[in-house]
Design a protein around this ligand. Structure first.
Ligand SMILES: [Fe+2]
Length: 430
């Protein structure tokens, strides 16, 4: 084939020096994370806002952590607490004007009693039951925080796809006051921050257990380096299901970081030291709303008590694929697809667009299993569920994360051991 020379790989390569490329330098800047994690720069964050368990002292009483060092971002009761004492940080309130002011100024606000007592009790029981049920069924998903040294699973359990696990969670998505009395107020704030056409991106439960590693601080508006100083394009609604304190690792936040980070502009380094992180402290039944540019992450739960939060992420309905290829692609097109084609169709979520917690792996098996009518979704479970129900052939068991964690699950019933070696029907053709 006689191809014009301008279209050949060699010619294109030779005529694409880095300095002539369109936005490659901007896209590859790694900012703001490169400078967020700078050592010896930010306040109370000697090693930046990310945690490396391997750096903890070998003789630490809790492997992988150093809970004594005041200069690490996840220890907030010393100089960080003293620093923030001089500011009037958000407190739980029902006053919509105060909530708006807090969200604008600090990047988060706290809605007092967003769940009524009765709604709270109902939701908490459903979550505790579901979490225990999924552990027994051997399908608990352990993720979200770094792996402690020498262990096989992170110490944080996630509950995925809550819409399938109880009516009240659907009411949360609809902001129906029958399930969440503060729903109309939450919905109003979401409409004001992202416009009325926002989507629910995910709704998950997060349960750090004793001495989980802290999560690196991040913005959920993670399509970095795009940060706009006018408004966020994602907002989280976080249901606090147990009283949060510094001791049980209340969510770490850097108040006001949404302003500091968006004012420097996309792709630029942070030039001025950021303030220290602080653990969120708020009573159960409160809803925290925080926007996508706020620096935050899971803190260290030092208690041995259950500690659950739910996070509903809402996003502007932009930058979705116009065509939902994972529904519309013909079976043989998927079957024969290269890794490149699968990625471009959205079959490899890489964190966004997954199925029941299978977020960073090919989701072709799920699509085929659904098509065959064989995909079993995880529905309401509890520790009292029957053995039959706990040991069903759930689709999640065939996901990569389900398979990798199956034999390490701490509380699973013996009847599910038969799934430890399952192989999914579809495999990527190399
Ligand atoms: Fe996050």
């Amino acid at each position: 084939m006689n191809v014009p020379v301008e279209f050949t790989k060699e010619y294109i390569e030779a005529n694409s020096p880095k300095e002539e490329q369109l936005y490659t330098a901007f896209l590859g800047s790694g900012e703001p994370y490169r400078s967020i994690n700078r050592h010896n720069f930010h306040m109370g964050a000697r090693e930046g806002y990310a945690h490396d368990p391997a750096k903890a002292p070998a003789d630490s009483s809790v492997p992988g952590l150093d809970l004594e060092d005041d200069e690490l971002y996840y220890n907030t009761t010393g100089s960080a607490a003293a620093y923030w004492k001089q500011f009037d940080l958000p407190k739980p309130t029902k006053d919509i004007r105060k909530l708006r002011a807090d969200l604008r100024e600090w990047g988060y606000c706290l809605i007092e009693d967003a769940l009524s007592k009765d709604q709270y009790v109902r939701m908490k029981k459903r979550l505790s039951d579901q979490a225990a049920g999924e552990r027994k069924a051997g399908i608990a998903c352990w993720t979200g925080t770094p792996l402690p040294p020498g262990e096989n699973l992170p110490r944080t359990q996630f509950l995925h796809t809550l819409i399938n696990k109880g009516e009240q969670f659907i009411q949360c998505v609809e902001h129906d006051p029958r399930g969440v009395q503060g729903g109309p107020l939450i919905e109003q704030i979401l409409k004001e921050t992202m416009g009325p056409g926002f989507l629910m991106s995910s709704f998950i439960g997060i349960m750090p257990t004793q001495y989980n590693m802290p999560q690196g601080l991040h913005m959920d508006q993670a399509m970095s380096p795009f940060v706009d100083s006018n408004a966020p394009f994602t907002v989280n609604t976080m249901y606090i299901m147990d009283d949060l304190t510094a001791f049980n690792g209340g969510t770490l936040v850097v108040p006001g970081s949404h302003r500091l980070l968006s004012e420097i502009g996309s792709g630029n380094p942070v030039e001025k030291p950021l303030p220290p992180a602080i653990n969120l402290e708020a009573p159960a039944g409160t809803v925290m709303m925080f926007e996508g540019r706020l620096l935050h992450g899971t803190g260290v739960n030092q208690s041995d008590a259950e500690r659950i939060i739910l996070v509903m992420n809402s996003v502007k309905a932009v930058m979705r694929q116009q065509e939902l290829h994972m529904l519309s692609a013909a079976p043989d097109v998927l079957e024969n697809a290269s890794a490149k084609l699968l990625y471009r169709l959205g079959a490899y979520p890489g964190g966004l667009g997954g199925v029941e917690g299978a977020w960073a792996e090919y989701i072709v098996n799920q699509r085929f299993a659904i098509e065959r009518g064989e995909y079993i979704r995880v529905r309401e479970l509890s520790p009292d569920s029957s053995v039959e129900e706990l040991s069903r052939d759930y689709g999640y068991r065939y996901s990569e994360s389900g398979r990798h964690q199956a034999s390490h699950q701490p509380e699973s019933i013996p009847e599910v051991a038969r799934y430890h070696s399952v192989e999914p029907a579809w495999q990527l053709k190399s």
